[in-house]
Design a protein around this ligand. Structure first.
Ligand SMILES: [Zn+2]
Length: 352
């Protein structure tokens, strides 16, 4: 709109000044509202927040937005944590004290709940986890997965089979490898060499499992092997063949067939998936240790299977390896434990 030529300049200045004051007052009001909201959010996380004035400017403020439910994570305490622990306990995920302290036990229970409910398993109670946890759809942890679950899987949901006759699909790439020495808590597990990697979802499940073992007094754990590339596997294979030729005087053909008894051909090792780990105890043979017994009894609850057992040697074609675990997810692992099926048998039963 065009301004009228007849406006008195002094009156115009007065109007503009009034408008500026009004806008300033509005902004101040919004900032104060924002400070109140910030204080409320922080109070949800920490017991004694002391909001600094400097925080006011750093916060993006929408005065009309509803106050979000506070995120509850490791280190939190208070009534909200008690409520969380009670809920997790009633669903079968938590067996510790209802003490309002969000420690490792509560975090493990949250992670397990997330795994069983198809949520991102990060151990943090954000809006999505909170909504599911307190809804009627919250899935309780059961010792036995419902049998009806198995036929409902589509082949894309099933664990990938890699063995002597089922090669790794060409071009297969793990989705998110993490360097385990950097990623894992060294108080919980020793990572034998600095280059060991694993798929993040499996490494997270491994850490949840080993923290639970530690809480039960089984404390010394080491990871000796994780993800292996095709080139790594080729080198392992070739090195073993060279040893048989050099030390045992075998022909190349004989050395290769001897090697195949203990080393998988490139493309046929589960370690290519990034979902398999060799768990050991430094300095001792793993078989017969309390760690081996704990792993065999409990790994299933955390989504792992003991991949090569004595009982299933004729099906898997591998000698028993009590140290080799494979992540398949809790729902598959629970059925395989309850029905005593190795992966080959389980996939066949599911028609995959
Ligand atoms: Zn292995």
């Amino acid at each position: 709109m065009k301004q009228s030529n007849g406006t008195n300049p002094k009156k115009l200045i007065g109007l503009v000044a009034t408008a500026i004051l009004a806008v300033a007052a509005l902004i101040m009001g919004i900032r104060v509202a924002g400070l109140v909201q910030l204080t409320r959010e922080e109070a949800g996380r920490t017991p004694t927040p002391s909001p600094r004035i400097g925080n006011i400017m750093a916060v993006t403020i929408d005065p009309n937005a509803p106050t979000p439910a506070p995120v509850i994570r490791h280190g939190a305490q208070g009534e909200a944590v008690k409520e969380l622990q009670a809920r997790l306990q009633s669903l079968g995920y938590y067996s510790g004290e209802i003490d309002g302290q969000f420690g490792p036990g509560t975090r493990d229970a949250v992670t397990l709940f997330q795994q069983w409910n198809g949520l991102e398993a990060d151990g943090v109670v954000g809006s999505e986890t909170s909504a599911r946890l307190y809804s009627a759809d919250a899935r309780p942890m059961t010792a036995t997965a419902p049998p009806s679950a198995a036929p409902a899987w589509s082949s894309a949901d099933m664990p990938l089979l890699v063995n002597r006759t089922n090669y790794l699909p060409e071009g297969y790439q793990p989705s998110e490898l993490v360097n385990m020495a950097d990623y894992c808590d060294s108080q919980v597990v020793r990572i034998k060499t600095a280059d060991i990697r694993g798929e993040r979802v499996a490494v997270d499940a491994l850490m949840t499992m080993l923290r639970a073992a530690q809480a039960q007094g089984i404390e010394v754990w080491q990871v000796s092997e994780g993800y292996r590339t095709l080139e790594d596997q080729q080198k392992l294979f070739d090195d073993q063949v060279a040893v048989y030729i050099r030390d045992n005087g075998l022909s190349r053909t004989d050395a290769e067939s001897a090697t195949r008894k203990t080393v998988a051909d490139p493309g046929t090792s589960e370690h290519h998936l990034g979902l398999a780990f060799d768990i050991t105890v430094p300095g001792v043979s793993f078989k017969g240790t309390e760690q081996a017994a704990w792993l065999a009894a409990n790994c299933w609850d955390y989504g792992f299977i003991l991949r090569y057992t004595e009982e299933k040697e004729s099906v898997t074609g591998f000698l028993a390896e009590p140290w080799h675990i494979r992540y398949v997810g809790v729902e598959h692992a629970a059925v395989m434990r309850d029905e005593n099926l190795c992966l080959e048998e389980y996939l066949q039963r599911c028609g995959v």
